[in-house]
Each structure stands twice: as structure tokens, then as C-alpha cells.
Design a protein around this ligand. Structure first.
Ligand code: ATP
Ligand code: LTN
Length: 338
């Protein structure tokens, strides 16, 4: 397990174990984690407490949590270098959330884009947790004194509120929390739907052709790219306003192949959309195959995964409880004599 060093800056990120991950989740989040693990002291969580803000099947949630752990490792997150853990196994997250709730205004939460989106999607279950989601996320990040948080563009607003809450607390008491910065990649931070290329690709989209899942086999990947919406022109050019579909495909091709957008455009000069879509499909299917094989291998070894998550939970707890103890002292909670 990783040595906690004083020198390295701290990085925190998480993904919810609800539903199957899309290539948007991969490119916007997990893929970048791998490169960053050398430079930072990293904490990567499976945010199962966030998942229950939308009703989940218990057995499925448990299974998806394990699958997500295996996926992190299969994508290249190294448990020897990072702390990998399940959010609900570290009680400090719920405890700090309660305190931070008293530094957060109802009006601020009502204005959050994700809250508004999810409330309209789940109108029959607008629970307090859905509204409190950003405060739990702030608690995740602030517990570990994170310097940076790599996320996709859609999470930027949650990072801003985290910074506001941290500053508010620090100003009322004394510096307690590190105020974190988001890391948002220039390319890949927003992968759009293959069917409605102005909208983000989402794992909960009801149109199966809109999202490519990390679990899709080669046939499914090829079929979805073949059906991807483009435009009535013919040139493969990057222009997100005029050509959102083609630009989205170019972005996907670029990040999966490691080429720049300009290089990608050059690859398809004089070629038609048919050839282009085929090439995008191939580069994605080629990248997913080894990840899928490795995830499958890991899932067959539950003992190993359980060991990683047990060690991760105690390592995370050690870091988190220090911050929580400070907070409890500062707000005036009674301290038992030792
Ligand atoms: P849902 O659509 O069910 O609300 P989601 O696909 O947005 O879920 P999350 O678990 O909320 O998934 O997000 C996990 C990470 O993936 C976050 O860092 C988020 O910013 C990133 N992400 C999600 N969708 C995309 C996308 N289309 N492009 C780039 N990054 C994305
Ligand atoms: N809300 C995030 C998942 C998440 C997260 C975090 C991301 C939960 N806690 C802390 C970064 C830092 C999402 O991706 N939807």
C-alpha cells in the first residue's frame, strides 16, 4: 500500500457505482487518474453513498461496487500506489457531511444543475439526499485535505460549492480545510451522446445507442458508432458548434488513439463518414478489450479485491479521522478525557 509522504500533493476523486460506466466516465475521469497517480498521493473512492440518492437494488449496488473496484484496477489504477476504498466503509464521510450541512444554504443546493436535472428525472423521489449530494461530495474531498480533484466538466459546479463551504468554515474558525482545485482535461472532459451530440453522454440515457459502455463488446461498439449521428456535409473537421457529432467522434478518436485533434483530422482527409466511423469504432474496441479481460480476471479473485478494499478503508480512515477530529474540536463538540 502507498506510503503516506508529506511531500506529495493530495488528489481525490470518485465515481458512483450505479449503472455501467460509459466511455465518457472513462475519458472524463478514470483514464486521467492513471497518469496522475505517479505525481500525487491519490485517494480513489467508489461513491456508494452518493448512489443511494437514486433508488438502487441492494444486491446490484453491492455487485456494481465490486465491479467498479475491479475496473479502476483494470484501467491501470495501482492499489500499491493509491488508496482505493468504498465510501461507506469510512464513517467519517457521513459525520463530516452533518457538520458541513450547517454551513450550506438550502437556496444554494436548490440551484445546483445536477439537482434540478435529477429532480426532474426522478420526480417521484426528490429526497433530501439528492439535494444534499454536493455536501457529501464536499465532505469526501475536504476530509482528505485534497489539493486537486480530477473530474469531468459536469462536476465543476460541485467543486465550486466545495470551495465555498471550505472557505466559509476556514473564515469562521481558522484554516482547517485545504481549498481544492479542479483538474479538468482539455480534451475528453465532455464526451457527448452519439445520438444527440449536443447533450453529454450519460450512463442513465434510455436510448441504448446514445452511450458506449466500457462493457460493450466489439460488435456493440462498432454498431453504435456506425449509427452515430453526424451531419449532412462530408468533411471530417473539428467544429463543435457547426458539426457537434463529427467533433465528438474526433474527440473520442483523439483521446483513445493518443493523437491530437489536428492529427486526427489529417488521418481522415478526403475520407467519407463511413470510413471515419469505422476507424473510431475500431480504436475504441481495441482499447476496451484488454480492460474488459483484466476486469474479468480480477472479479474472479474476490479475495484479492477484498484485501485491497480492506486496506484502503483503514488507510482512508486514518487520514479522514484527523480532519474530522479537528472539525469536531473547532465547532465545540464535547471532548472526552482520554
Ligand atoms: P449519470 O448520467 O447516471 O448521472 P454520469 O455518467 O454523469 O452519471 P457520474 O458517476 O456522475 O456518471 O460521473 C463519474 C465521473 O465521470 C465524473 O467525474 C464525471 O464528471 C465524469 N463524466 C460523466 N459523464 C461524462 C461525459 N459524458 N464526458 C466526460 N466525463 C464525464
Ligand atoms: N459526484 C461525482 C462522484 C463523486 C466525486 C466525489 C467526484 C463523489 N464524490 C469527490 C470527485 C470528488 C460524480 O462524478 N458524479
Amino acid at each position: 500500500m502507498q506510503e503516506i509522504s508529506q511531500k506529495k500533493k493530495v488528489l481525490y476523486s470518485a465515481v458512483q457505482p450505479s449503472g455501467d460506466l460509459t466511455i465518457g466516465n472513462y475519458l472524463g475521469a478514470i483514464k486521467n487518474w492513471v497518469a496522475l497517480q505517479e505525481e500525487y498521493e491519490c485517494f480513489y473512492a467508489m461513491a456508494d453513498m452518493h448512489s443511494i440518492t437514486v433508488r438502487q437494488n441492494p444486491a446490484t449496488l453491492r455487485q456494481k461496487t465490486l465491479e467498479l473496484a475491479a475496473l479502476y484496477i483494470a484501467c491501470g489504477v495501482n492499489p500499491e500506489k493509491c488508496t482505493l476504498y468504498v465510501q461507506s466503509t469510512v464513517p467519517c464521510h457521513a459525520e463530516l457531511t452533518w457538520v458541513l450541512n450547517t454551513f450550506t444554504y438550502v437556496g444554494e443546493m436548490e440551484r445546483m444543475t445536477q439537482f434540478k436535472d435529477k429532480s426532474s428525472k426522478h420526480a417521484d423521489n426528490i429526497n433530501m439526499g439528492l439535494m444534499d449530494y454536493p455536501v457529501l461530495m464536499a465532505a469526501d474531498i475536504l476530509l482528505y485535505q485534497a489539493d486537486v480533484v480530477p473530474v469531468g466538466v459536469d462536476q465543476k459546479q460541485h467543486l465550486e460549492i466545495t470551495r465555498d463551504i471550505a472557505n466559509r468554515f476556514n473564515n469562521i474558525y481558522s484554516p482547517t480545510f485545504k481549498v481544492p482545485e479542479p483538474i479538468i482535461m482539455k480534451v475528453g472532459a465532455k464526451i457527448n451522446s452519439l445520438q444527440e451530440p449536443e447533450k453529454k453522454m450519460s450512463k442513465s440515457d434510455t436510448n441504448v445507442n446514445a452511450s458506449v459502455f466500457l462493457s460493450d463488446d466489439r460488435d456493440a461498439v462498432m454498431r453504435k458508432f456506425k449509427r452515430a449521428v453526424t451531419d449532412s456535409q462530408t468533411s471530417v473537421r473539428f467544429d463543435p458548434t457547426q458539426k457537434p457529432g463529427v467533433s465528438n467522434l474526433l474527440t473520442i478518436y483523439s483521446v483513445f488513439s493518443g493523437k491530437t485533434i489536428e492529427e486526427a483530422e489529417r488521418d481522415f482527409e478526403g475520407k467519407g463518414y463511413g470510413d471515419f466511423k469505422l476507424a473510431v469504432g475500431e480504436v475504441v474496441a481495441d482499447a476496451l478489450a484488454p480492460i474488459q479481460a483484466e476486469q474479468k480476471r480480477l472479479l474472479a479473485d474476490k479475495g484479492y479485491l477484498n484485501e485491497v478494499l480492506t486496506a484502503g478503508a483503514s488507510q482512508a480512515y486514518r487520514a479522514a479521522r484527523k480532519t474530522l477530529a479537528k472539525v469536531y474540536r473547532k465547532v465545540g463538540f464535547y471532548q472526552l478525557d482520554k
